[in-house]
Design a protein around this ligand. Structure first.
Ligand code: GDP
Length: 300
């Protein structure tokens, strides 16, 4: 918890620090106060839509005379953020499907490969046999990085040479997973800045191969977003959700970023469950997302 709190310290400053400056010692709340709060939330990357929804709810609570002073308003905001996070929260449950297939998507540089390595480590640590598929064949470095992770955490890998057809990698990985009795298959995909059409075409192709081999796969389509990019992460969530059937999100690089409010925006605006958050580069820095713990760490 202390680690999480430290990771969120800049986000805490940008939301709660500024809010405290506005509210501390305030004996009475009026609509001007709420307007200023709205400004703070928007600049703290909570997202316009979610902020408007939050402030509207707070207005109603103010009208019902529930918010007598600054402290009460702060407490109410904390509760309302938690309610919204919990509404869309669910951990990623790896069932006993053999293999359980996780398709990982997201643009380059967001921490996709690192996240796959950390996930592989988590599941291998639980005694599962993990296979990685290096279907990002556009960057040789991506496959190499994935191979290093596989070696480090005791996972297996299927990779082809640079420029190979990603679908062929997926096909081989499915065959290998079945032949070796793997429990979890994690597929890395290309992260070039996609247009929607491009992205849809590529997803269709991978899915076609995948479902031919494993009819109900992927069991999870995990979108990786870099929290430090703030509003960019939000637009990526929109694009990928429309084009790729996202079922869960990982928000990386919350450590050191002041833009952690994006967690609330992604979760609420797009109704996407945040499965994990990344709070550092080490293996243990990928944490299962816990709304109550997150809000607690943020407000402390
Ligand atoms: P990819 O291009 O999406 O595969 O991105 P990488 O996995 O190569 O990650 C890009 C950089 O971000 C690397 O230097 C990672 O160590 C770093 N990174 C990934 N996740 C986190 C995180 O949660 N916190 C921090 N501080 N760095 C991260």
């Amino acid at each position: 918890f202390e680690r999480l709190k430290r990771s969120l310290s800049k986000t805490h400053e940008s939301i709660v620090g500024r809010m405290d400056a506005l509210l501390l010692g305030k004996k009475q709340i009026d609509t001007d106060t709420l307007e200023e709060l709205e400004e703070i939330l928007i600049t703290a990357d909570i997202g316009v839509k979610t902020t408007v929804d939050l402030v509207r709810t707070l207005e109603q609570r103010l009208k019902r005379a529930e918010l007598q002073d600054g402290a009460a308003l702060k407490q109410a905001l904390k509760e309302e953020i938690l309610v919204r996070l919990e509404a869309n929260s669910a951990p990623l449950v790896v069932t006993d499907k053999k293999p359980f297939v996780i398709l990982v998507i997201g643009v380059n540089g967001v921490g996709k490969t690192t996240t796959i390595g950390k996930l592989a480590s988590r599941y291998a640590g639980e005694g599962k046999r993990v296979l990685l598929a290096a279907a990002d064949t556009f960057r040789a470095a991506a496959a190499e990085q994935l191979e290093t992770w596989a070696g480090r955490v005791g996972a297996e890998i299927v990779r082809h040479k640079e420029g190979a057809d990603p679908s062929a990698v997926v096909f081989d990985a499915c065959k290998a997973a079945a032949a070796r009795g793997c429990d979890v298959l994690i597929i890395d995909t290309a992260g070039r800045m996609h247009t929607k059409v491009n992205l849809m075409e590529e997803m269709k192709k991978i899915r076609r191969v995948l479902t031919r081999e494993i009819p109900d796969a992927p069991h999870e389509t995990l979108l990786v977003l870099d929290a430090a990019t703030g509003q960019n992460a939000l637009s990526q969530a929109k694009l990928f959700k429309e084009a790729a059937d996202v079922s869960g999100v990982v928000l990386t690089k919350l450590d050191g970023s002041a833009k952690g409010g994006i967690v609330v925006a992604v979760s609420h605006e797009y109704a996407l469950p945040i499965r994990f958050i990344g709070v550092g580069e080490a293996v243990e820095d990928l944490r299962e997302f816990d709304p109550a713990q997150f809000v607690e760490a943020l407000f402390q």
